[in-house]
Write a new protein. Structure first.
Length: 364
């Protein structure tokens, strides 16, 4: 993968569909906030460790959780890393899925914890309650609920969130509610609604607000929990002040641009589906996706996901991701693509994908 990243970061003509980043236009207030922050030289100082009060207030409003505890972090990534250090001691277990966003599993394993990766590729493409129940052991400390799920784009109906919360309460488990892609999902349910005392939210402005490069996120949960974990955070010197100013502007204006962006994503998904339908044997396991990404299953095409990634990237500058990054068991079946991009770029993918598949099949 390092070769691919060196390639894409060295060019300015890449159609960026490999990292679920958001390249859609948002609001001029965001760029203005970045300029104003730079012009004021406020970056000379360390920011407040827990984050700017206005940003904390806006995230509480965004989630409808006026009393939640909050710590602003360097992306959701720092929130998740610190959470793993804090919640998952050596020998403990976390219930996870395969496919999943494996970086979180890696953080748990780095501290000596283990992950129970339940296979969810098939069926509803999300956790089944009975399987989660059967996987609980005395060592289990938490359930990692990524909703919507990276990479599949599946989401949990309200009643299933409730059932998972009840199960967590019965077994005294934490729910880690990773809601990085929440804004793309219609009618998303926060686990906090059913289990406020045992839900910790990993929050991010990377994907919804298109601010991945500014590295701002948050850990949100019961006040006492956040007070306690605050002294265990990696950075007690705060999070990029410029990033926080941009996040404030993004959240203040979100109602003006988010619905249009979600609509564009839906339209882009339909364009991708039409291209996938042209390829015999390829299909979309979860359609429509409730996130800004989905997977294309090519298992019946007799072509490797890595070959598809390479051909699209090096021949056409379209950057998608082979499935092994997000699935140990099923990664050789699919490629993952994100579609929070201007529609003409998604059309480039739609134009090239069927032809690349045909060429690869012919040469197989
Ligand atoms: C499920 C999930 N959680 C967390 C993150 C981390 O996001 P960030 O650190 O940019 O906020 C990602 C990034 O892709 C993700 O897919």
């Amino acid at each position: 993968m390092s070769k691919a990243f060196a390639y894409v970061h060295g060019r300015d003509d890449i159609v960026w569909m490999a990292q679920n980043t958001n390249h859609l236009p948002t609001h001029p207030a965001i760029e203005q906030a970045i300029r104003d922050s730079a012009a004021s030289h406020e970056y000379n100082k360390y920011p407040l460790a827990r984050g700017l009060p206005r940003l904390r207030e806006l995230i509480r409003e965004d989630l409808g959780l006026p009393d939640a505890g909050m710590h602003i972090t360097n992306g959701g990534t720092e929130a998740l890393y610190c959470l793993m250090r804090y919640l998952q001691p050596p020998g403990s277990r976390m219930i996870t899925s395969d496919p999943s966003y494996f970086i979180i599993h890696k953080f748990a394993k780095l501290g000596g914890a283990e992950c129970t990766d339940l296979p969810i590729y098939g069926g509803s493409y999300r956790f089944e309650l009975d399987a989660v129940k059967a996987a609980i052991t005395p060592e289990t400390k938490s359930i990692l609920l990524i909703d919507p799920l990276n990479p599949l784009g599946s989401t949990y109906p309200r009643e299933e969130v409730r059932a998972l919360c009840e199960l967590a309460a019965e077994h005294d488990l934490w729910i880690i509610d990773d809601i990085t892609y929440r804004d793309f999902a219609p009618g998303h349910t926060l686990a906090t609604e059913f289990a406020p005392e045992r839900t910790i939210i990993a929050y991010s402005v990377s994907k919804n607000c298109g601010l991945a490069g500014l590295r701002v996120g948050a850990l949100v949960g019961p006040q006492e929990f956040i007070d306690d974990i605050a002294s265990h955070m990696v950075s007690d010197l705060g999070t990029s002040i410029v990033g926080q100013r941009a996040a404030i502007a993004a959240l203040e204006t979100k109602a003006e641009w988010l619905p249009g962006n979600v609509k564009t994503c839906r339209h882009n998904q339909a364009i991708i589906k039409a291209a996938v339908d042209e390829v015999g044997g390829a299909h979309l396991p979860v359609y429509p996706s409730a996130a800004n990404m989905m997977v294309i299953d090519i298992a019946e095409c007799d072509v490797s996901p890595q070959a598809v990634q390479d051909a699209l990237l090096y021949d056409h500058q379209v950057f998608v991701r082979a499935g092994n990054y997000v699935s140990e068991r099923f990664g050789d079946r699919f490629v993952r693509i994100s579609f929070s991009l201007p529609t003409p770029e998604v059309k480039q993918f739609a134009e090239h994908f069927p032809r690349v598949m045909e060429q690869l099949c012919d040469s197989a």
